[in-house]
Design a binder for this molecule. Structure first.
Ligand code: CMP
Length: 149
């Protein structure tokens, strides 16, 4: 499997639910390498860039309002097939329908306040990562257990 990088955002409801550590822990224990972390207030410009694919959809305005409403934790995760692995761990978009055991299935009850965002393809990841991180902020280092992952 090719090594991939993907962008994950812990949305404002995830921060307010005090599960930042829980979410990082799940990804770490799975064997994904954390290549970058940042906490920030997302500007309207950044939100519009990040969610440009949803422009014109009925939920777009609310989505921009929500993601800019409070602190967000952004991260880049790396690993084999990372985009699909992370999407599986995150669960389906609507928290009420997401499988128990997934992040949304365990911590979210709605489609709007669904706790996390994760890139849905390698192309999306390559579009989204530079919105939140410079190349220098995405660190290249080896984990001691890399031979077992
Ligand atoms: P996210 O993965 O951040 O990508 C776009 C977000 O739009 C999505 O999670 C949801 O929180 C939100 N959203 C609201 N309504 C819908 C919808 N009908 N379909 C997809 N996404 C929606």
């Amino acid at each position: 499997m090719p090594k991939e990088r993907t962008l994950v955002l812990i949305k404002p409801d995830g921060v307010m639910k005090k599960i930042i550590g829980e979410i990082f822990s799940r990804f770490e224990r799975k064997g994904l390498r954390i290549a970058a972390i940042k906490m920030l207030n997302v500007s309207i410009e950044t939100a519009e860039r990040h969610y440009s694919v949803h422009k014109g959809k009925p939920f777009y305005g609310g989505l921009i309002d929500y993601i800019t409403s409070g602190p967000v934790v952004a991260m880049v995760l790396e690993g084999s097939d990372a985009v699909a692995v992370v999407r599986k761990m995150v669960g389906t978009t609507d928290g009420a329908k997401a499988e128990p055991g997934t992040i949304r299935g365990d911590f979210a009850m709605s489609i709007n306040f669904n706790t996390v965002h994760a890139s849905d393809s390698v192309e999306s990841a390559n579009y989204e990562m530079p919105i939140f991180f410079t190349e220098k902020e995405i660190l290249d280092y080896e984990m001691p257990d890399k031979d077992f992952i």
